[in-house]
Design a protein around this ligand. Sequence first.
Ligand code: UDP
Ligand code: MG
Length: 308
Amino acid sequence: MKISLVIPAFNEEKNLPLLYQRLKPVLRKVGRDHEIIFINDGSIDNTLGVIKKLRGRDKKIRLISFSRNFGHMPAIDAGLIHAKGDWVVLMDADLQDPPEIIPQMVAKAKEGFEVVYGVKQKRKESLLRRFLFTIFYRLLNMVSIYKMPLDAGTFSLMSQRVVKILTNLPERNKYLSGLRAWTGFTQVGVVYERGKRSSGQQASIRRLIKLALDGVISFSYLPLRLASFLGFICALVAFISIIGVFILRIFFGFGIAGWASTMSTILLVGGIQLITLGILGEYLARIYDEVKNRPKYIIEEKIGFSKN
Ligand code: UDP
Ligand code: MG
């Protein structure tokens, strides 16, 4: 049984040598044939050079280098397509996913599990981020059409069979943790402590919001339904108040005094309409993105793969 490691890297020149140092003893312990696939996602530092240098020492290292930065998910996609191992381990390059957990994952795989995902237990990140992540996973689970394990990110081991299914999915805005659960089979979690990013910039809130939206929108129709629900509520309130106003006017001679109340109603309804349009836009943008069907990434250079 051969193991492939798939590691996307964007500006990780400082982390890669450290990661490699920690990976090697772990892989020796696992004692299987392996390949380490680094995807250089258009880094603007010397990540490419560092990977090539590591490859100079260790031919088990393979490199896919993108022509520019295409993002975390496309990098994962490229890595998974090229991974030939019977088991594929997906992990970040910034040492937030501890390599020392891999033997536990392999042990579970040997027991017959097709997917072994890491469950983040303690996070060494800011309070705000921890809070947002916790809320996100629970909220997604509530609105999603499929049940997904809580606190499971990309760090995982998958069988080649599951990897094939994932890479053959035509979707572009992939939310990996969700799709991985969606494939079914026997899955199990191993708990790990998610460390701090070793060095370099952590993911921007903007990128995290995109990821969160991908998750919600590809696994839930609730936001769309919310729009019609809000519309319905508004219509109901409007209908009742119209009747109320008539009754006040006809039986009690009560003139319309409130400019303020009219304005606030208009603003409220206007706001709800804009939110609703925004929700439609999020779905539409993704559909448009799928329809354009551009390549998900462009490979500039590949080292260590056979020609076919
Ligand atoms: N990454 C990537 N392309 C990007 C951004 C990130 O390949 O555009 C890689 C990055 O090098 C790391 C992994 O994806 O190995 C996770 O990124 P990051 O640590 O920024 O995300 P976070 O851990 O904060 O979710
Ligand atoms: Mg990270």
